[in-house]
Each structure stands twice: as C-alpha cells, then as structure tokens.
Write a protein that binds this ligand. Sequence first.
Ligand code: NZQ
Ligand code: ZN
Length: 394
Amino acid sequence: MIDFTFALPTKVLFGKDQLKKLGTNIKKYGDRVLLAYGGGSIKKIGLYDEITKILRDEGIFFKELSGIEPNPKIDKVREGIKIIRDNDLNFILAVGGGSVIDSAKLIAPGVFAKGDPWDLVLKKEKITDALKIGVVLTIAATGSETDNIGVISNDKTNEKLSIAGKELIPAFAILNPEYTFSVNPYQTGAGSADIISHTLENYLTLDEGCFLQNKFAEAILKTIIKYGPIAVKDGSNYEARANIMWASSWAINGLLDKGKDTDWTVHSMEHELSAYYDITHGVGLAILTPRFLEYILNDKTVKMIKNFGINAFGLEDSGDDFKDARLAIKRLFDFFKDELKLPMSLRELGIDNKYFEEMAERQVARRGGRLNGVWTLNKDDIVAIYKKSLDYEK
Ligand code: NZQ
Ligand code: ZN
C-alpha cells in the first residue's frame, strides 16, 4: 500500500428531513447566494419552491443561474461568474446533479481568477481562492457532491476536461434520496453505470496490499448490482435510491484509490466521446468498460478480472482463470444491457468511426503519449477499443 493522506471535508446531511438545515449551513459561509440549477427538473419536483422559500424566510439574498445542461458548457460558467461579480455574491448553492455541481466547481475559483475560467481548466492559471459551495443533490451518479473534481466542456474546441483541487470540495451536501425518485429509468441506469465505473477504475489495479480498499469497492459494486435494477424498475423505492445515493459519494471521494496507482483510463476514453458527441456519460462508460476489460485480458490481469466476477457478481470459481474472467466480463455486459436497460453499442448513440483516431490522439497527447491505467494503452489500443464498442451481436 502506497503512503497516502485522506480527508473528507464535506459535511453530509443525509435523509428525508435535512433540507430544513439549509439556511443554517449556508450562513456559516455566506449570505448572498448564487442558486445554480439545470433545465427545470427541480421545478417539476417542487424543490425549487422549497429552496427559494427557505432562502427568503432566512433572509438570504440570492440570484439564479438556470439552464445548466448535461455535459456542462464553459459559457454557463462564465455567465455564473458574471452574476456573482455583478451582485457581490459570496456563496454558491448547486441544486442538481454532476453537471450543476461541476459548473459550480469552476465558477467558485473562476470568480477569483484574473483571466478566463477555461484557463484554470487548461492550467494556464492556478486556482488562488474559491467561493464555498453547498449542494442539494438530485441524481446519484458522479459523486461530485463530495469529491474535488469538476468536468467542463468547451463546445468550440470539442474538449471535455477536468479541474481538481481541494478548494472545490463542497462544504456541505444535502442528500435526500426522495429527490431522486423522479430520475427516469435511463438516467438511473446511466448513474448506476457511472458509480460502477468509478469503483472499477479504483478497484481494478495490479497494486498489492490494498485488501481493505478492495473490500470497500466490492461492497459498493454489490450495492449497485442489487439496487440499480430495482431503482430502474421502481423509481420511488426509497431503500434502493438511498443505497445508490450513498454509494455514489463513496465510489469517488478518495477512499477507494488510497494506497494505489490509478489513471481512470475508461473515463478518459468516455470524456472524449462526450466531448465530440454530447452523449450521456454513464452510458458511454457502460459501453466501453466490458470492451476495455476484454482488450486488457491477459496473463497478468486475468486473476484480477476473475476475482471481480467472483466477489462482485458471486460467480463460481471453475478453476479455469480465462474462462472465469470472460464470464465476469459477459456478466457485466449483460448487467448493463438487461438489468440497467442501457444501449450497449456506440452505433446506437449515432457514433461511427469518423473521429476515433483524432480522439485517441488527443488523449495520449494530454497524458504523455499513453494512458497509464491498470494496463498501458497507446493510441492504437484506444482506437481498437472504440472499434470493439461500435457494435455487438444481438
Ligand atoms: O437539467 P435537469 O432538468 O435538472 O435534468 C437533469 C439532466 O437532464 C436530470 N435530472 C437531474 N436530477 C433529476 C433529473 N431529472 C428528474 N428528476 C431529478 N431529480 O438528469 C439529467 C442529467 O443530469 P446531470 O447532472 O448531467 O447528470 P450526472 O449527475 O450524471 O452528471 C454528469 C456530468 O458529470 C460529469 C460527467 O462527465 C457529466 O458531465 N462527471 C463528473 C464527475 C465529478 N465531478 O467527479 C466525475 C464523473 O466521472 C463525471 O465525469
Ligand atoms: Zn464518471
């Protein structure tokens, strides 16, 4: 196990009755709020009315940034920074999912930046300071509610890139599973696939001695394998929504990769697809992950993949490692397709091979010539995995 530091600064307020603590928690950090949200789901579920009433009742001044889209764009970040500067705001409340929270995570340091916020993403300018962020989560998927990462797209350059920093970790997050009852089956499946992918990016490594982290990871995988399909079928199942919501935070808040070397290979490949085609992140991951595992299956990785099948899906040990590893990959593919009901080919998302070379080239250029995950991938490897993901035999 490699040496590590671990801190979990976000205060999590979990459950049905936590929103009443919103005002008190905001007032610890500010009294002039940017209320950021997406395309309107929070209005449909009545959350917008509840939150704005609390803000008014508590005497908290607020301005709104609405219409943040999935795969959030840099223009909305610029708009948010302008609203904050024009109105002298001092706190950001992000109400929504990863897209809203991630936008807040670039607005927060962007307010203090000298130049354009995209320069912070490109690391042309460093984060000097950031406003504090509070979250009311409405979809369980990205773990952005407790992690230090934001992912923003620049549609002019077809780039989707991350910014990370301890300053970006939300100060508090209100997690009420009931707010996710209205998430449709497609987004529920995609969110569940995203949580599985975060866990696998941390879990599937060749590092030794991280037994405890790996058992935590298996618990998260089993949680999604059990509850993901229940939530897809019955969106109002509180037990399922609650377990998925709590799993989403733990899959990516830093616990699982402690003492390990990880490179988030599948996420790199997916972010490139989202950048070019604006697809749903979790769906892209579901399509790529089984193909990636097939591609890297070899003498060194076979036991790791086989053990994933046994410990997460409860498969039998037949004594034939390759057979068991292939079965584990097939089980994962079938889980995404039949139980989370996700499309399992890029072709179904309207993607063909036109940009595969270009997308692979850009990734390796950013990462020193290769992706250094559990198995090193060069440009040709990435193109091959994209090609394998185009179709499958039904
Ligand atoms: O915009 P609204 O109307 O709110 O609708 C959203 C959106 O259409 C809808 N939704 C959210 N809560 C809902 C709801 N619909 C009904 N009822 C509710 N309660 O769901 C759709 C997707 O929302 P979005 O925020 O985009 O989903 P998600 O949380 O999956 O976020 C995805 C973004 O996060 C990035 C992804 O790449 C993608 O851009 N990620 C962020 C990470 C992080 N910060 O650590 C890591 C991840 O790996 C990921 O890259
Ligand atoms: Zn993800």
